[in-house]
Write a protein that binds this ligand. Structure first.
Ligand code: TYM
Length: 344
């Protein structure tokens, strides 16, 4: 297998209500990886329009996700932060991948089935083809590592399948154009830690999600201290005290979720949290969780708010990031055009 320079890419949709799942499952990982890798973080607005969006709200959400990246500690000077629609090559490479991926592959995507629901005939073509655009996002930068939450695992596997099929279908042309035996890396998902799947506060068997109609099901990054406290106090639990061992969380999804959230926010393992709180009741544990969540999240929410008030600054960050992303993207697309056989 060819050698590729290690590079991190990941994206977040600007569809409102960035929540604790996005933060613990993805954004905190983005921040950590900056120390060891060159990173590209993208606000994926082309993905957002696979379902209807209010244009004014969409602009606000793009700026809000950017502000969240910066407030959480992403360094847009050292690394690249931009919004997808400013780099046209994403859509261009996605088209090539639409012609590489097979209908059968996309038909297996569980997220499409969930999002399209019963009325599949009425879903947008974009919602169906979305994983090809996601593969293009990553492979446009020939990224090797992709930090995501558990729910994106299947899409990542599809990205690898697309990269592999492209490398095989065009093997001769790839070699003839001087790229050796493979043009695209097979990107590795980074799904690590205790909070790869944060669950709803109202139902420990359902994922915490932007689209849940109940705002009490999630903690939004923009929630103030009182709202965070209220949501945690109202969070569903069971009548028993917390167990002292991990095994005791087995059939207790709500307890497992709250312990996982505590562990992730405090940089601990679940076992460490249980060593401290085993045998205690939920009201004691929830009070400690409120304190921790407020300490960790409120400063980020406050900074996000401050940053979003200065739209010009945010737009400047995105424009500068897009210019840098475009340089890499252009180079990849020129090579792809040669490999596929386009005149340019
Ligand atoms: P999106 O916008 O739905 O979510 C952004 C990131 O947050 C993670 N996440 C969660 N992690 C833990 N628990 C949860 N409850 C939870 N909910 C969301 C997601 O796994 C994701 O990492 N298709 C992607 C965006 C995308 C992308 C890409 C990601 C587009 N192109 C290329 C990586 C690489 C999405 O819709 O994420």
């Amino acid at each position: 297998m060819a050698e590729f320079i290690p590079r991190v890419f990941s994206g977040v949709q600007p569809t409102g209500n960035l929540h604790l799942g996005n933060y613990l499952g993805a954004i905190t990982k983005f921040v950590d990886l900056q120390r060891t890798h060159d990173c590209i973080y993208c606000v994926v607005d082309l993905h957002a329009i696979t379902v209807p969006q209010d244009p004014r709200q969409l602009k606000a959400s793009i700026r809000e996700v950017t502000a969240a990246f910066l407030a959480a500690g992403i360094d847009a000077n050292q690394h690249i932060v931009f919004n997808q629609s400013q780099v046209a090559e994403h859509a261009e490479l996605a088209w090539v991948f639409n012609c590489v991926a097979r209908m059968g592959w996309l038909n297996r995507m569980t997220q499409f089935k969930e999002k399209a629901g019963k009325d599949r005939e009425n879903a947008s073509v974009g919602l169906f083809a979305y994983p090809c655009l996601m593969a293009a996002d990553i492979l446009l930068y020939r990224a090797t590592h992709v930090p995501v939450g558990e729910d994106q695992k299947q899409h990542l596997e599809l990205s690898r399948d697309i990269a592999q099929k492209f490398n095989l279908d065009f093997a001769e042309s790839i070699a003839a154009n001087g790229h050796g035996e493979a043009f695209f890396p097979l990107p590795a998902p980074l799904i690590q830690g205790v909070a790869t799947r944060v669950m709803s506060l109202r139902d420990g068997t359902k994922k915490m999600s932007k689209s849940d109609p109940s705002d009490n099901s999630r903690i939004n990054l923009s929630d103030d201290a009182d709202t965070i406290a209220q949501k945690i106090r109202k969070a569903k639990t069971d009548p028993d005290a917390l167990p002292s061992e991990i095994e005791g969380l087995g059939k207790r999804p709500e307890a497992d979720n709250l312990v996982g959230i505590f562990a992730a926010l405090n940089g601990q393992s679940k076992a460490e949290v249980l060593a401290d709180f085993g045998g205690r009741n939920f009201s004691t544990f929830k009070s400690a969780l409120v304190d921790l969540a407020v300490t960790k999240l409120v400063p980020i929410g406050t900074e996000m708010k401050r940053l979003t008030e200065d739209a010009r600054h945010i737009d400047g960050v995105l424009a500068q990031g897009a210019a840098r992303a475009r340089e890499i993207a252009r180079e990849t697309m020129v090579a792809v055009k040669d490999i596929v056989g386009f005149v340019h």
